[in-house]
Design a protein around this ligand. Structure first.
Ligand SMILES: [Zn+2]
Length: 376
């Protein structure tokens, strides 16, 4: 991540760059944002800039020894901490045990949301914390020599998840860090940080992104069409993580074809096919599974309107229109309400962390039953 990769937030970039170039780097900062403001990427761009051997006035060089290591977020003087939780197969985890997964997820998108992170490592959000082992590790690392750079930098993502009884351990090291030690805490909710830590941090507040900034970024960085980018930027409320989520779902092919094929298999009760589709759907994160079901609800709603001649033209691509016409013959007044209820119920189960495979298997057989009732 470079400063140029961060959408908007120009004032903050300028302030951070000035701090480095005027030798006024704060030893303990708090980046406070609402989700999707770019604070995580900014922390890494800033850390890279601080340790870059050949930085310019605007950004890091990208080619020095330090930058090459930052390309993989694997610089030995960069220490990253974030919420984790034990899974069924692992006990006693901490940030260190998940560091490869974290690098992989952030390098995929530094606008990763917390729920995306939980999905990525398959943990339940209620248990996730930055735990006492993490705090001990921070203290240990802060007390040894830097490996190869002038500065050792700690990035603590979602600092509000610091385990309550462990957080006080950090007080001393944050208040009186050794020379050339920098802490960057990132939070979505500063009020949840212990007051004793909060009072020791220099506060930088990230405003939500503007609609135009989100729209331009979707078009320029992701090749999104103007129309789609415009719609998404309107709905994203300044949150680029949400904008990306919606963009991925707005790509009709994957989701639409999967829904269509799944419905066909349910209709014909082709069990093997049904389970192939379920495997695919269950491999999505929870948010995407919910969006998949919401697409189903939207399609059912359109069938209802088609059945009552409430729409005379469909604004869809050909394949989608063709499917809708056929599907609307199978979804009628006999089965439409229970079918929609079932999809809504599945959404709330997914919301409560139910197992996706079980939810979609149950749903598949119910949907088959509804199709039969609709044709009687
Ligand atoms: Zn460099």
């Amino acid at each position: 991540m470079f400063f140029k990769d961060i959408i908007g937030q120009d004032k903050i970039k300028k302030q951070l760059i000035n701090n480095v170039n005027n030798n006024r780097i704060s030893h303990a900062q708090l980046f406070a944002e609402q989700e999707g403001g770019g604070a995580l990427g900014m922390a890494f761009a800033y850390a890279r800039y601080i340790n870059c051997n050949d930085r310019t006035e605007a950004d890091s060089c990208g080619v020095c020894v330090s930058c090459l290591k930052f390309n993989k977020l694997a610089h030995p003087d960069l220490h990253i901490f974030f919420p984790t939780a034990p899974t069924k197969d692992t006990n006693g985890v901490n940030s260190k045990s998940y560091i490869d997964k974290f690098r992989e997820a952030v390098l995929d998108s530094h606008y990763m949301s917390l729920s995306k992170w939980y999905d990525h490592i398959g943990i339940e959000k209620k248990h996730a914390i930055i735990n006492v082992n993490d705090c001990n590790e921070i203290i240990h690392l802060a007390n040894i020599k830097t490996y190869e750079s002038k500065y050792r930098i700690f990035v603590v993502w979602m600092a509000e998840k610091l385990q309550y009884r462990a957080a006080p351990k950090l007080l001393k090291i944050v208040e009186e860090p050794h020379d050339n030690t920098i802490f960057i805490f990132i939070t979505h909710d500063p009020n949840q940080l212990p007051e004793t830590i909060l009072s020791r941090l220099q506060f930088i507040r990230f405003p939500p992104l503007g609609r135009q900034e989100i729209k331009n970024a979707l078009i320029e960085k992701y090749g999104c069409s103007r129309e789609v980018a415009s719609n998404i930027s309107f709905q994203a409320s300044g949150n680029f993580s949400e904008a990306l989520n919606q963009y991925q779902l707005s790509q009709p092919e994957e989701i639409f074809y999967l829904f269509r094929n799944w419905m066909r298999s349910c209709y014909n009760l082709k069990t093997e096919e049904i389970f192939d589709h379920i495997d695919k759907i269950a491999s999505f994160g929870r948010e995407k599974q919910k969006s998949f079901l919401k697409l189903g609800l939207k399609i059912i709603n359109q069938c209802l309107m088609l059945n009552y001649n409430a729409i005379d033209s469909l604004k869809h691509f050909d394949e989608e229109s063709g499917f809708l016409f056929k599907f609307s013959k199978k979804v009628n007044h006999k089965n439409i309400i229970p079918m929609a209820n079932c999809l809504n119920e599945a959404i709330s189960h997914i919301d409560r962390n139910a197992n996706g495979k079980i939810v979609f298997a149950d749903l598949s057989f119910k949907v088959h039953k509804f199709f039969k009732e609709g044709s009687n």
